[in-house]
Design a protein around this ligand. Structure first.
Ligand code: FPP
Length: 241
């Protein structure tokens, strides 16, 4: 069975990306880490466009993990500033292309001004149907699963569901963005073979693609290589050939 016959398309519907290597990119050039993030933000722009060109409907980007809060304050501030600038500069692209912006993670952890910027753009794009750009911010996969378990436990306590009714679909339905389909393809840049607490529940059957290319160098050409590799994969979901 080919991926084409199995999921109806050789183009992934949902691509999730662990954007890694900004720091190393900067270090290789003797630049401060923030320069790596700035150039990483350019890659974000390029990949959003590449998704549109390729027909990828959902793009989830791991922009800031729960674990990233331990980074130096100056780096966190710079990253939050980049995010705000990105929202200001890119909002028109979302409108032009009817792309909805969403956040997965703990939005309330972010600085108030960033939260406000995100909420504004999310509100103004909420009815768009052409695609979704999902930013994982203050996100942790275990945290998300714990959230789902907590919600389910609450309903069991209320008596509205029976413990016997707890199944995979119910857990999925209680994740942060239950209507978003699981990623078909998970990309990680800069060579590390780790999931780093990203979408742990959702990537159970995703194809993994790890490249040594550092995130600031990952542009449309590199993205197309990942899509080409995906198109050749044989997704069996536990079945046989
Ligand atoms: C990983 O590189 C990257 C991040 C922790 C942040 C990702 C942020 C951006 C790409 C820029 C802004 C985002 C948006 C959505 C505009 P690293 O710093 O861990 O690199 P290293 O492992 O080489 O040190």
């Amino acid at each position: 069975m080919t991926s084409e016959s199995f999921n109806g398309s050789s183009v992934p519907n949902h691509v999730a990306i662990i954007m890694d290597g900004n720091g190393r990119w900067a270090k290789q050039r003797g630049l401060p880490r923030i320069k790596g993030h700035e150039n990483g933000a350019e890659s974000v722009r390029a990949i959003i466009k590449a998704c549109r060109n390729a027909g990828v409907k959902y793009l989830t980007l791991y922009a800031f993990s729960i674990e990233n809060w331990v980074r130096p304050r100056a780096e966190i501030t710079a990253l939050m500033g980049l995010l705000k600038r990105f929202l200001t500069n890119e909002e028109h692209e979302l409108h032009e292309n009817k792309v909805r912006l969403r956040v997965t993670g703990q939005l309330a952890d972010l600085p108030k001004a960033v939260q406000a910027g995100l909420r504004n753009v999310m509100g103004r794009t909420k009815d768009y149907q052409e695609g979704q750009l999902i930013l994982a911010l203050s996100y942790g996969g275990r945290r998300e699963i714990a959230h789902a378990v907590r919600e389910i436990a609450r309903r069991v306590k209320q008596g509205s569901i029976d413990p016997e009714d707890v199944d995979e679909d119910l857990v999925s339905a209680n994740l942060y963005l239950p209507d978003v389909p699981d990623p078909d393809l998970l990309i990680r840049t800069s060579g590390e073979m780790r999931l780093s607490n990203f979408l742990l529940w959702q990537v159970s059957y995703s194809e993994l693609y790890v490249t040594d290319v550092l995130w600031p160098d990952f542009r449309e050409e590199q993205f197309k290589e990942a899509l080409a590799e995906y198109a050749h994969r044989n997704r069996r979901y536990g079945d046989i050939e």
